[in-house]
Design a protein around this ligand. Sequence first.
Ligand code: MG
Length: 264
Amino acid sequence: MKRMNWRVSSIVPFLVACSALPVLGDEYLNGIEWQEPPVVKPGENGAPPSDAIVLFDGKDFSAWNGAKNWKIVDGAMVCGKGDLHSKQGFGDCQLHIEWSSPTPPTGEGQGRGNSGVFFMDTYELQVLDSYENETYFDGQAGAIYKQTPPMANAMKPPGTWNVYDVIWTAPRFNDDGSLKSPAYITALQNGVLILNHFELKGDTPFTAPPSYNKHADRLPLRLQDHGNPTRFRNIWVREIKPVVGKQVKKPFMRKPNGEEVPIQ
Ligand code: MG
């Protein structure tokens, strides 16, 4: 019995090694000729990736309009009177933005550290001090204002830095002004998923239900002045460009002898 066990234990590693060998057989190929993905160098230690459009790196407001009453303190922009608009317009994009609620905290509910990131000047991703601060859920930090709460409250306390990483898909409109496809947003706050491909119902006003109104393909990013000195830093955008591929032949199977057999 002992000898049998020794034999079995020596065969098992041999079989495992065999299973790791490539199996020759038919190969599926999709018939698409892909464009080579661009090389993007990731940023080190919180720096933007190599192809990012930097909107604020702690130095100046050169990428923005409306900053007359905003200030830069210790490498962060501090919200002043009037909304800030990026000079450049964006459609589909990836946004990274860091923000910090005023400390010590003052006010409560919507009055504590309220600001907002408006995509395309129109659709608000709420910025609010939602650290131990109750308000209506579809108005707390990470909400699409008055449309959906975030999936989690991932707030860091006032005075520390929150990070939003957002994937924004712009709405599309038909020539007659009707909606072709809605806007979608996926967002992480401090690495926690808070919005997962959420379909927006339209804009995000306080005084009216959401609606879509035809607008340009690219519009500025807007940072809201809601009367609170919220701080922002390290703001960058990557424009989203679709992967490009051309169907040059029907999907096919390639036989070991090289023969190509189209899949019917
Ligand atoms: Mg707001």
